[in-house]
Design a protein around this ligand. Sequence first.
Ligand code: SF4
Length: 452
Amino acid sequence: MSNGSQILVFKDMGLVSQVFDETSLGSLQGHIAVGHARYSTTGASVWENAQPTFRATAEGSVALGHNGNLVNTAQLAELVAELPRENGSRNAKVAATNDTDLVTALLAGQKDEDGKPLSLEEAAMTVLPEVKGAFSLVFMDEHTLYAARDPQGIRPLVLGRLERGWVVASESAALDICGAAFVREIEPGEFVAVDENGFRSTRFAEARPKGCVFEYVYLARPDTDIAGRNVYLSRVEMGRKLAKEAPVEADLVIATPESGTPAAIGYAEASGIPFGAGLVKNAYVGRTFIQPSQTIRQLGIRLKLNPLKEVIAGKRLVVVDDSIVRGNTQRALVRMLREAGAAEVHIRISSPPVKWPCFFGIDFATRAELIANGMTVEEIGKSMGADSLSYISIDGMIEATTIAKPNLCRACFDGEYPMDLPDPELLGKQLLETELAAGPASTAAAEALRRP
Ligand code: SF4
């Protein structure tokens, strides 16, 4: 938060509701602000890596929030190491171990050929073309709010207007919540600045759109629009297509709440099988695949869902879910449903099998952990104890988004990555945690990229 002369950064570990209260929010006074809730990809889940990241610049300071994940982290770390030193010391020493802090250090430390510091705006136009991967950025100095989106536009970023100000947010739903009117998306490769003189836009790279298809499947809120297409409607349509591609005789369609619900509604509508609520979600437990450790994840499934015996006993069920990553959720679910008296359990998934890791901000798993690797769909279904299992086709999923296939990243499903990736040993979640850099992380990345 900036009051025009000073930036105050307030950040901590935990949920937003655990970190902020009325008192801490009251202490944040000013007219420019950036905020961020981190889901860790590159860099461990520790305080130093919480965002916004903060750096002193020659003219003041910079605070930055980043949605996405970079793929040339090693190269950026080299650029940071080459930054000019102040008074013989490394002015850009990196305390954090995430890709984002490297970008902040680069933005803060740029100088021209004569050694004169560049303004943050000039620095952005120098640094952003060097950054590769998925990045929807918001950052600020004491006087100006900036935003930028990678040339592929992998993660969403939108611009909104308040009566007396501008808002940039990851999802259009955030604009609705703060009462801002949607203006447009920040374009892939676009850099914008908002200050007392108003809004201005420029490009640091040509747009080569490759929006993440998984945003439509699971990640984004259903009340968000991405590239002009509403996420909820896409999910319902995925369910309809799934019903046509993988019909089954059953008595009731249920969803794994809540991310599977729109597709289940679509499946029920297209199949004519009634839709019912067979599982009750504990509203106080987070989304399971976002929790970092396997132990918590396994516990999380039972904590998260409870079957409604009265609804499902004796019924042949179609259970619609958005995706299968490791298969733990669905295996536990089938067991729970059978214990609750389900006569048959048919699983239908509104995205294709996840076979490839994501390097752009979704910490799915290594290839070895992905259940769809090395197993047929039938084998996966059997391993879950289901009576049948089917996934939507890649084309069915893409058609449901209404976005042209070449404009979508769907690499986790088909292995076609939207950009060149560096050598496997230069990719990995713990690349910057030096003691691990030569060990498990690089092995995992190398394993991850091996084709079947
Ligand atoms: S690999 Fe999958 S999850 Fe990652 S950006 Fe591409 S479509 Fe999205």
